[in-house]
Design a protein around this ligand. Structure first.
Ligand code: NVA
Length: 304
């Protein structure tokens, strides 16, 4: 049976921890050609730097090959129905990585494809980012369970996957977002279920200070995600007071790390220059997309 990866909820705790360990090993010891002769389609409706390059490079390093398909040439759901794209690609390639506006498009792709479909960001989740973030924390802190992560900002796709993955592996998760920008009730309920099993604590607050207080990790993401550009001004107002700056970061533990999935809007969600602070590990975090995704691709595509 092929396995898709659309949401963090598609994994159990053991699988998530195993992927992180595998990725950690591949990073240190190199990558065996586990996907020689295999091909991955990269189907993108939105722009990408890290995701596109890290998946492409991951396939190359695993001995396989990838094909990037831009929005214009495929016209998902416009030039051709999503279900037909899934059925055609399944005849050529061994896996599909897709970045879509609507999560529903991913579900249709997955249900009509006979090869694994991986979520490379949708409106609901960004699960490859979240697992790469856990890999970064595992490297920097030597453990995951028992850490406290403060996410300051929009309850968006990145926040949702991060919340779920943190609760899954026993990281205490604090979310500080302004009214109207919370994570969805579904994500919260799922997170509560994971937290009850792993023993982590899930806390919601309106106060960035309360969230950051004595945290091991401070995390933020853009206030205006791809596709929300017309709301940028409204969001700037709603999120004023939610910027991560030196003062806020200094409320966290002395050895706390700062994470951001990038791209960053310097001077908005993160103060100018803070990415260069010694506590910032954002470029290690970006690199870890590559290592984590190699482990993920090997898991999903090596033994169909
Ligand atoms: N929340 C951002 C993440 C980009 C990696 C977006 O969806 O644009």
């Amino acid at each position: 049976m092929k396995k898709d990866f659309l949401s963090i909820a598609d994994l159990d705790r053991k699988e998530a921890e195993h992927l992180i360990e595998q990725a950690h090993r591949m990073k240190r010891e190199g990558t065996p050609p586990l996907l020689a002769g295999r091909t991955l389609a990269l189907l993108f409706e939105k722009p990408s730097l890290r995701t596109k390059v890290s998946f492409d490079t991951a396939m190359y390093q695993l001995g396989g090959h990838s094909i990037y398909l831009s929005p214009e040439e495929v016209g998902l759901g416009k030039r051709e129905p999503v279900a037909d794209v899934a059925r055609v690609l399944s005849r050529y390639v061994d896996g599909i990585t897709a970045r879509t506006f609507s999560h529903e498009t991913l579900r249709i792709l997955a249900s009509h494809s006979s090869v694994p479909v991986i979520n490379a960001l949708s409106d609901l989740e960004h699960p490859c980012q979240a697992l790469s973030d856990l890999l970064t924390l595992y490297e920097k802190k030597g453990r995951l369970a028992g850490l406290t992560l403060a996410y300051i900002g929009d309850g968006n796709n990145v926040a949702s996957s991060l919340l779920l993955s943190a609760c899954l592996v026993g990281i205490n998760f604090r979310l500080a977002s302004p009214p109207g920008y919370d994570v969805s009730a579904e994500v919260l309920n799922q997170g509560e279920e994971f937290a009850a099993l792993s023993g982590s604590r899930l806390q919601l607050t309106r106060s960035p200070h309360e969230a950051a207080d004595n945290a091991d990790v401070v995390y933020t993401d853009v206030w205006t995600s791809m596709g929300q550009e017309t709301e940028a001004e409204k969001r700037r107002l709603a999120f004023s007071g939610y910027q991560v700056d030196n003062k806020l970061l200094s409320l966290a533990k002395g050895d706390a790390v700062l994470l951001h999935p990038l791209p960053a809007h310097h001077g908005e969600e993160i103060s100018a220059g803070l990415l260069d602070d010694p506590r910032s590990v954002v470029f290690d975090q970006a690199e870890n997309r590559l290592h984590l995704q190699k482990a993920l691709l090997a898991k999903l595509m090596a033994n169909p």
